[in-house]
Design a protein around this ligand. Structure first.
Ligand code: MG
Length: 321
């Protein structure tokens, strides 16, 4: 038995009991699943040096996060995750034990969202990367980025700015800031929230905030051919984030508006449903803020206590910069 086949046997055992819809899982040339209805597909990758650095998280956390970023995209469509295909690019000297630890993280995250790993691939590569294809089931009404309407309110579920501050704290070896570091290393994805919102036809547009609030809001505005007006003081600031900003001489609004990897959900809806949204989210313990309004005039406009506030030069994380 060579290295790869013993590893595949281990992965197959770890993938656990298959749901009845999976006719064939890991181990053959293809997986086979039964389905009816609309399927949704997404794929996201974490590349060493580009999306993460060794030492900023454990191998287990890296595995969890590789799946979580995909789960967040499914949440943004209001879908329910079902199956995942996992592909790893492994440098030659990478040990089998390290690969297993990454897989343990992937399986852990998969279990929290009832997602089955049905296949994948391991290849040798000059640098390390993980790429996951996630297949989900669409809700009756899937929510896109392009459906926003003029005068919709812009809501955000979840905190912003924590992960970027967490990454800074980890890089600098700062003591404390547990909430911020956790937000970076173990992002909490709002799969349940996304599907609850998608059940409401009046939730017009949705996106997960992965690259920074302004950058992702800009995607919604461009694809909906509209603009947005944001009052930045409407953003909830986590007490650890304000402490971090104060002690490290950082602009808290920069972290809130342009920091990436928070995996909050940004969505738009008519103001007459504000009470319903509050009921759906706030009463279930999900932090929720209305930050502004979709405008017929294109472009992003920021205010701070009603006075114009300049748009930051960099709206968010750019993978190609
Ligand atoms: Mg996304």
């Amino acid at each position: 038995m060579n290295l790869e086949s013993s590893l595949i046997t281990w992965i197959q055992k770890k993938s656990g009991k298959l749901s009845s819809a999976v006719k064939l899982g890991i181990g053959d040339d293809c997986a086979v699943v039964k389905f009816s209805g609309d399927l949704i597909f997404t794929k996201d990758s974490l590349v060493e040096g580009t999306h993460f650095k060794w030492g900023y998280q454990t191998l287990f956390q890296l595995g969890r996060k590789a799946l979580a970023v995909n789960l967040s995209d499914v949440a943004a469509m209001g879908g329910v995750p079902l199956y995942a295909l996992v592909e790893l690019g492994i440098p030659k000297k990478f040990s089998q034990e390290k690969i297993k630890e990454i897989y343990r993280g992937i399986f852990f995250e998969a279990k929290t969202q009832a997602t089955t790993i049905i296949g994948g691939n391991i290849v040798t590569s000059a640098c390390f990367w993980i790429s996951i294809t996630l297949i989900g089931k669409s809700a009756k009404h899937f929510v896109t980025r392009s459906g926003a309407r003029s005068h919709d309110l812009i809501g955000v579920a979840g905190y912003l700015g924590l992960a970027t501050a967490g990454l800074h704290s980890i890089k600098r070896g700062l003591k404390g800031y547990g909430v911020l570091k956790k937000a970076y290393q173990k992002p909490c994805v709002l799969v349940g929230v996304g599907s609850v919102l998608a059940q409401k036809r009046w939730v017009h547009a949705m996106i997960d905030v992965s690259d920074g609030f302004l950058k992702d809001l800009n995607h919604v505005c461009c694809q909906s051919k509209l603009g947005a007006q944001i009052e930045i003081t409407n953003l909830s600031i986590h007490p650890q984030l304000s402490l971090w900003a104060k002690k490290n001489n950082k602009n808290v609004f920069h972290a809130l508006l342009s920091g990436g990897e928070d995996y909050a959900l940004l969505f738009t809806f008519p103001s007459k449903h504000l009470k319903n949204i509050h009921k759906l989210l706030k009463n279930n313990g999900i932090l929720f803020n209305v930050l502004g309004e979709i405008t017929p005039k294109k472009g992003l406009f920021l205010t701070q206590k009603g006075k114009p506030h300049p748009l930051p030069k960099c709206l968010g994380y750019d993978h190609f910069s």
